[in-house]
Design a protein around this ligand. Structure first.
Ligand code: TXE
Length: 492
C-alpha cells in the first residue's frame, strides 16, 4: 500500500479523488498511487488506488441516478452536455496545463487539439441526441407496423488510455450520458488529472449527481472490477490490444456489449504523383504528433521507389529540425513520453530494429532537457527497414519512431500494408483517382485518409478491424452502441 503524501512531502501536491454521486471521495481503503510528471520524472500527486468497494459505490450511485436521468428530456440532456462543453472551453488554459503536466504533451497541442476536442465531444453528442431517430417498418399486407425503441442500457463502463486523456475519456462519456445511461468511468492511472477536473465542471453544469462517476486506479484492480461487475452492462474501452483481448474474455460470459478501440500499426503510403510538400509536412505530423503516441499515427511509411531517396533526405531534414523540449515551452514540437516504463519500451524497439538490420537514419537517443534531466525525452527516430516483416514494422511501438522503406508497385505496397495483425487506419498520398479508389477498397483498415491525416468529422464511424478492435464509435454509431434496440410489432 502506498502511503498518503501531502503538500508537506511535495510542494504543490496534487491530490486526486474519486468523483462519486457528485462528490469527491478518498478511496475506501486509503490506498494511493503516485502520479509522475513525465517532463521531470518527479512525483507531483497521488490518485486513489480504488478497490472493488469503491467501484461498487460508483455503481450504486449510477444505478440510483438512472431512472430519473433516462427519463430526462432530450432537450435537457442536450442543454447540460452543451454547458459542460462551454465550461471546458472557458477553462481551456487550466485543463491544457493539467493535461500537459500529466502526459508530457506540448501544451500548445493540448490547447489546440486535446481540450477543444473534449469540449466538441460534449457539444457534438449534446446536439446528436436530439437528432437520433428510430426506424419504423410497415409490414404491408399483414396489417402490422413495427417500430424500434432505442433504450438506454442502464449503467455502463468507460475505460480510457493515457495518450489523449480527456479527448478519449469524453469521447465515450458524452455519448453514453447523452443516450440516457449512467456511467462508471476510469481514466488511465497514468494521466488522471483532467478526468478529475471534469467532475467539478459536471457539477457546475448541473449534471445530476450519480449520472457520471469517476473512479481512479490500476487497470488490473479498478478497471477489472468495472469489467467484472455483473450489472455494468456495457464496456467501452480504448487501450492496448492485449488488454482488449483480456476484457473481451472477462466480459463474454456475462454477454456484455463491448466496444474495443485498440492498437494500430498504420501504413502511410506515398506515391510519386502526390502533392509533395503537403505530404511531407503532414507526414512529419502523422509520424510524431503527441510523441507518436496516437493510435492513428502512420508508423510505417512506404514510399514509391522513384522518389524514395529524395523523400528520405527531405524527411530527415524536417525531422531533425523538430525541437524536443519541455512541454510548457511554446516552440516545443516533441514533449516527453508518458512514463519511464513506456520510454524503456520504445527504446527497446529501437534496439530490436538495429538487431534486425534496420538503419537508424536519425534520432534513436534519449534527450537531456536542461533543468529537467530526469524527464522522459526521446529524439524523433526514423528507421530504414530491410523488409516489412521485421518486428519494428509489425508491432506497435507507440512512440516517436517510424519505419521507412521503398515499394515498386501498387500490389506490392498493398500486400505489405495489409500484412500486419492490426487494421485501424491508413493514409494514402496520390492524385490518381482510380488508384485511390482501388487501394481504399482493398486496405484492411477502419479509416482511410487520402491526401490528409487525422481529419475528423465526429459524425463518421471510427474504429478498427482485425486486432485494432471491434465496434465503431462516433456519430450515431456511438449512440447505437450505448442503446439497446427493441422492436415493437403491432398488429392492427
Ligand atoms: O494500455 P492499457 P497501456 C497501446 C500501446 C501501449 C500499449 C499498452 O501500444 O504501449 O497499448 O499501454 C485499463 N481491466 N495503446 O499499458 O493497459 C488501464 O488502467 C480493465 C494503444 O497503458 O491497455 C487504462 O485505463 N481495464 C491505445 C486502459 O485500460 C484495464 C492507447 C488502457 O490501458 C485492465 C494506449 C483490465 N484488466 C495504449 N488493464 C490506443 N488504442 O490509442 C488495464 N486497464
Amino acid at each position: 500500500m502506498t502511503k498518503k503524501l501531502t503538500d508537506k512531502d511535495i510542494p504543490a501536491f496534487a491530490e486526486i479523488k474519486n468523483y462519486i454521486n457528485g462528490k469527491f471521495h478518498n478511496p475506501i481503503h486509503n490506498n494511493w498511487i503516485d502520479n509522475y510528471n513525465p517532463s521531470n520524472g518527479e512525483i507531483y500527486g497521488q490518485i486513489p488506488n480504488s478497490s472493488k468497494e469503491d467501484v461498487e459505490n460508483a455503481y450504486k450511485a449510477a444505478k440510483t441516478a438512472f431512472p430519473s436521468w433516462s427519463q430526462t428530456t432530450l432537450e435537457e440532456r442536450s442543454r447540460i452536455l452543451i454547458k459542460i462543453s462551454e465550461l471546458l472551453e472557458a477553462n481551456l488554459q487550466r485543463f491544457a496545463e493539467a493535461e500537459s503536466k500529466d502526459n508530457g504533451k506540448p501544451i500548445a497541442l493540448a490547447k489546440a487539439i486535446d481540450i477543444p476536442r473534449a469540449a466538441s465531444n460534449f457539444r457534438f453528442f449534446g446536439n446528436a441526441i436530439t437528432q437520433f431517430a428510430s426506424e419504423s417498418h410497415e409490414s404491408i399486407g399483414q396489417n402490422a407496423i413495427n417500430y424500434t425503441l432505442r433504450q438506454p442500457i442502464g449503467v455502463v463502463g468507460c475505460i480510457s488510455p493515457w495518450n489523449l486523456p480527456l479527448y478519449l475519456f469524453t469521447w465515450k462519456i458524452a455519448p453514453a450520458i447523452a443516450a440516457g445511461n449512467c456511467v462508471v468511468a476510469k481514466p488511465s492511472e497514468v494521466t488522471p488529472m483532467t478526468a478529475y477536473l471534469l467532475g467539478e465542471i459536471c457539477n457546475e453544469a448541473g449534471l445530476p449527481k450519480g449520472v457520471l462517476n469517476i473512479v481512479h486506479g490500476l487497470g488490473g484492480t479498478t478497471g477489472q472490477a468495472i469489467v467484472e461487475h455483473k450489472n455494468i452492462k456495457a464496456i467501452s474501452f480504448t487501450g492496448g490490444t492485449t488488454t482488449g483481448a483480456h476484457i473481451a474474455r472477462v466480459a463474454a460470459p456475462m454477454f456484455k456489449k463491448l466496444s474495443l478501440e485498440l492498437g494500430g500499426k498504420n501504413p502511410n503510403i506515398i506515391f510519386a504523383d502526390c502533392d509533395y510538400e503537403d505530404m511531407l509536412d503532414t507526414t512529419v505530423r502523422s509520424s510524431f504528433a503527441n510523441q507518436g503516441q496516437i493510435c492513428l499515427c502512420g508508423s510505417r511509411i512506404f514510399v514509391e521507389a522513384s522518389i524514395y531517396e529524395k523523400f528520405k533526405a527531405d524527411f530527415i531534414t524536417k525531422v531533425k529540425a523538430l525541437k524536443v523540449g519541455h512541454p510548457s515551452e511554446a516552440d516545443t514540437n516533441i514533449g516527453a513520453l508518458v512514463s519511464k516504463p513506456h520510454l524503456e519500451k520504445v527504446k527497446a524497439y529501437i534496439a530490436i530494429a538495429k538487431e534486425e538490420n534496420g538503419t537508424v537514419l536519425c534520432g534513436g537517443n534519449e534527450v537531456t532537457v536542461k533543468g529537467f534531466e530526469k524527464g522522459y525525452y526521446l529524439e524523433p527516430t526514423v528507421i530504414e527497414v530491410p523488409h516489412d516483416e521485421c518486428r519494428v514494422n509489425q508491432e506497435e511501438v507507440f512512440g516517436p519512431v517510424v519505419t521507412i522503406m521503398p515499394f515498386n508497385t501498387e500490389d506490392d505496397v498493398l500486400l505489405m500494408a495489409n500484412k500486419v495483425k492490426y487494421g485501424l487506419s491508413a493514409t494514402l498520398w496520390t492524385n490518381n483517382l482510380k488508384r485511390t479508389m482501388r487501394i481504399s477498397n482493398e486496405l484492411q483498415a477502419g479509416i482511410v485518409w487520402v491526401n490528409t491525416w487525422m481529419m475528423r468529422d465526429l459524425r463518421t464511424p471510427f474504429g478498427g478491424v482485425k486486432a485494432s478492435g471491434v465496434g465503431r464509435e462516433g456519430g450515431f454509431e456511438a449512440l447505437r452502441f450505448f442503446t439497446e434496440a427493441k422492436n415493437v410489432c403491432i398488429k392492427y
